[in-house]
Design a binder for this molecule. Structure first.
Ligand code: SF4
Length: 498
């Protein structure tokens, strides 16, 4: 997409940026777009950073550069909150969510922003209610550099999947923003001219089903009043298939994509990782139900589970063929601290250092065999013909079930037409002329062009182009087999849980 340089704005650090005293001058640098410059370090009094475990190397590097420039460093966010011991070199650690620790930290810096003799840790005991969170979009001038805009309605998840750290870090009783707050944030997002969909980054959009039912009519109304300018995406557990009222409202609000952590098509495996809620309905039926509301399912798949056998790769590929899910994140199991999985594997002596491995788990099957099955699944899943076939199924059977939205100036205007034409022209050159799967592209593109179905054509070609490119990099060893693994480095991470 023209001008796109990163996947999604980082909600956490932007929320903190919006919370800092108005008298503080804030310069926000998103290193997914490019590293902070020496002049940025020189300009700052304090360098605050945040990140996930996979970004450990980059987080430490920022600290080093800031210290070299003689600046005070502060680290907050998901990685340090789970494992403060990973970061002994930072001056201040902010452990936990926005709350009393943030206020103490601000007071401390206001009084004295010299580097302390030894590390000081600020830990949140009293979390700020989500209803008092400032809008994380406010510090951004524009959303044009991002593929997706993001928004958060709730935090936490009631389930306890064995491998997931969300319930222990963010709680099992989801905390909520108010619908009014969300609508205001949407207004701000719209002002910042987003390029694509707005992604609800909630750990589980239906973690509190009643709350989702409260919010959705507001979203429907907002879309109507504004001429349906946005489409939405979210993460939710697959048992959403048993909630027809939620799904109907999601259809009316234009939710086009839902990420579900299906993890494995094998029922016994799901039980063993405490994910039986995926079995409320047969998985393939659940996917079809979502499709019938116009929702394209994106699925997370985990390989290397204790229940895996030598046939697991075949079963996963069968599942992908039958479910016709186009986009899946296929990862090797990674044990995260603060999870039941970590505790069990630690007792069993099965947590390993990650050097020269793509996972920190000692699998029950031999490591080369698991890695070989992962390679096969990824290679075949993103074979261009297979991927385009699955998209073709969704265009024919899913997209047609979406709400027929009126043609409004919010959707069809000169700017949008110009951007769409630019994207289309680039795709035609990059994929239609230069790629080795151009015949497959034109087989899909010509009928779509004849029908004038430009939106679907751009969606399929653009997403496929990125998936195929990413896969080829992964197979050449330039990407990791687990998005949680530190080996992956700083690649933008798609959502993995739920
Ligand atoms: S994987 Fe998803 S459903 Fe399971 S605990 Fe984590 S957020 Fe909840």
């Amino acid at each position: 997409m023209p001008g796109v340089r990163a996947f999604m704005p980082p909600q956490g650090i932007l929320t903190i940026a919006a919370y800092l005293p108005k008298a503080w001058e804030v310069r926000f640098v998103d290193e997914n777009m490019g590293p902070a410059r020496t002049s940025d370090y020189r300009w700052a009094d304090v360098v605050m950073t945040s990140g996930m475990h996979v970004q450990r190397r980059e987080i430490r590097q920022i600290n080093e550069l800031a210290h070299r420039a003689g600046k005070l460093t502060v680290l907050g966010g998901p990685s340090v909150s789970a494992c403060p011991e990973y970061y002994p070199e930072f001056d201040f650690l902010h452990v936990g969510e926005l709350g009393d620790a943030t206020d103490q930290l601000i007071r401390h810096i206001d009084e004295d922003c010299k580097r302390p003799d030894q590390q000081i840790r600020f830990a949140t005991n009293q979390r700020l209610p989500l209803t008092e969170f400032p809008s994380p979009v406010a510090p951004l001038r524009s959303l044009r550099p991002y593929l997706l805009a993001s928004i958060q309605y709730s935090s936490g998840c009631p389930f306890t999947c064995e491998f997931c750290d969300i319930p222990e870090l963010y709680g099992r009783n989801p905390r909520l923003k108010s619908p009014e707050q969300i609508l205001k944030e949407l207004d701000t997002i719209l002002e910042r001219r987003p390029q694509g969909a707005v992604y609800f980054v909630d750990d589980n959009f239906i973690g509190n089903r009643k709350a989702a039912m409260e919010l959705l009519p507001h979203l429907v109304q907002w879309q109507k009043e504004h001429g349906y300018p946005l489409e939405f995406a979210c993460e939710a557990t697959l048992n959403i298939a048993g909630a027809p009222k939620v799904l109907e409202l999601m259809r009316e609000a234009c939710f086009y994509t839902v990420f579900c952590g299906i993890e494995t098509p094998e029922p016994e495996a799901l039980k063993s990782i405490s994910k039986s809620h995926n079995l409320v309905k047969p998985i393939l039926d659940a996917v079809r139900i979502l499709n019938s509301y116009g929702i394209e399912v994106v699925s997370g798949i985990i390989m290397g589970l204790d229940t895996d056998t030598v046939e697991t790769d075949e079963r996963i590929l069968d599942f992908i063929r039958e479910s016709q899910i186009p986009m899946l994140t296929i990862n090797l199991l990674e044990a995260l601290p603060h999870t039941p999985l970590w505790r069990r594997l630690e007792k069993e002596g099965r947590i390993l250092p990650e050097e020269n491995r793509q996972s920190n788990v000692k699998f029950l099957l031999p490591y080369p065999q698991v890695l070989g099955m992962w390679y096969r699944c990824v290679r075949e899943t993103y074979d261009p013909q297979f991927l385009y076939d699955r998209f073709a199924y969704n265009v024919a059977h899913t997209f047609k079930n979406r709400l027929e939205v009126p043609v409004t100036s919010a959707r069809l205007n000169l700017r949008n037409i110009y951007v769409a034409m630019q994207i289309l022209a680039r795709l035609m050159i990059r994929v239609g002329v230069l790629s080795d799967y151009r015949k497959i592209f034109w087989k899909m593109a010509i009928p779509a062009l004849k029908k004038g179905d430009i939106e679907a054509l751009i969606h399929v070609a653009l997403v496929s182009h990125h998936l195929i490119r990413f896969t080829r990099e992964a197979l050449r060893g330039e990407q990791g087999a687990a998005f949680y693994s530190e080996k992956l480095g700083s690649t933008a991470k798609p959502a993995e849980q739920t």
